[in-house]
Design a protein around this ligand. Structure first.
Ligand SMILES: O=C(NC1CCCCC1)N[C@H]1[C@H](O)[C@@H](N2CCCCC2)[C@@H]2OC[C@H]1O2
Length: 332
């Protein structure tokens, strides 16, 4: 089996996050979920939430699904790197995305979500695509939809083709030759932490002329908007941007929106990928401001580097869960 589904930006102007249509239950209930390679819980806004925490999101109502079964005595609770959080109960039900159907998928129904999820009116929940070892359901952790689907897929892979201010695609079970050019460069993944962690071979500010061959260990995270890299890399980049400062009040590097920005190149093995300046001129700090927030930010507080959407949309990325797992990057 194979599947293919769109990854749609949740807003017109900044690619804060991407959502993908799924159906859950019988008859099918359609929700738009954020497919997140940085986590491993499939959770949804649900009829178990207090109404004031729901602000336009679609909800899953297990009582209206003839195939829903409560997973007795199981609960979940998750906190993400940005401080957003959610928790609740667990059902199993029929889950379908892009033509793929998984029976008895653990669907984590929210009872509580934090304010940033309530205000993300176009995100109805998340689909974790990390390793199932990270799943927060207790007393028995549950498998991701991809781990449940893997055995029936033509190949144990999924790919991300995210796009700048446009709908991209998640493909499951196959690698679409039409979505990339040249060859795919694969590098190993360390699955133990549960993330898609790999080592980038280095970086260059601007084109890849002055490439600095230094290993950067980081995670490929479709659920994170920006790129978070070591301070040394950030200062090398923003040194080239007129008026750039690391603002405590805005919580990161900002610069005048009309400043000239270099592109940013990162290495995967011998291959070089360039993030256009337009992706790094991420967004005005507030509506209409002449000060812009950078798409490259510091990872010094995080303890791990993160290749979020700003980097992922510059490439075609293959998440290959054969043994040992690996990640592939190609130009497009
Ligand atoms: O927390 C991270 N990433 C961290 C960012 C800071 C540096 C460490 C990683 N990703 C989350 C993202 O922010 C959430 N957000 C909800 C509101 C709308 C936008 C998406 C969504 O829920 C989980 C995941 O996706």
């Amino acid at each position: 089996a194979t599947g293919s589904a769109p990854a749609v930006p949740i807003d017109e102007r900044f690619d804060i996050a991407y959502v993908t249509p799924v159906t859950i239950g019988t008859p099918p209930q359609t929700l738009m979920l954020d497919f997140d390679t940085g986590s491993s819980d499939l959770w949804v806004f649900s009829s178990h939430m207090p109404p004031f925490q729901v602000r336009g999101q679609e909800i899953y109502t297990p009582d209206e699904s003839s195939t829903a079964r409560l997973l007795e005595g199981h609960t979940w609770s998750i906190m993400y790197g940005d401080g957003s959080a959610s928790r609740g109960n667990v059902y199993v039900d029929t889950f379908a995305v892009g033509g793929l159907t998984v029976l008895n998928q653990a669907v984590q129904t929210a009872q509580q979500v934090s304010a940033s999820f309530t205000s993300a009116t176009n995100i109805d929940g998340l689909v974790g695509l990390g390793f199932s070892t990270l799943n927060t359901v207790r007393p028995e952790s549950q498998l991701t939809f991809f781990d449940n689907a893997k055995a029936s897929l033509d190949n144990p892979v999924f790919t991300a083709d995210l796009k700048y201010m446009a709908a991209g695609t998640y493909d499951f079970g196959f690698i679409d030759r039409a979505k990339y050019t040249g060859e795919i460069t694969y590098v190993p993944i360390d699955p133990d932490p549960g993330y898609w962690i790999f080592t980038s071979s280095g970086y260059a500010v601007g084109a890849s002329s002055n490439f600095s061959a230094t290993p950067i260990i980081g995670i490929a995270d479709t659920g994170t908007s920006l790129v978070y890299l070591p301070t040394a890399v950030l200062t090398a980049y923003y040194r080239q941007v007129q008026g750039a400062t690391n603002s405590r009040s805005y919580g990161g590097y900002v610069f005048p929106c009309d400043s000239a920005l270099p592109s940013f190149t990162f290495g995967v093995g011998e291959e070089r990928f360039t993030i256009p300046a337009s992706y790094i001129r991420y967004a005005p700090v507030t509506e209409g401001s002449a000060t812009c927030f950078g798409g490259l930010q510091s990872s010094s507080e995080l303890g791990i580097n993160i290749w979020g959407d700003v980097a992922l949309k510059a490439a075609f990325v293959v998440f290959d869960s054969r043994s040992p797992p690996r990640i592939g990057w190609a130009k497009k």
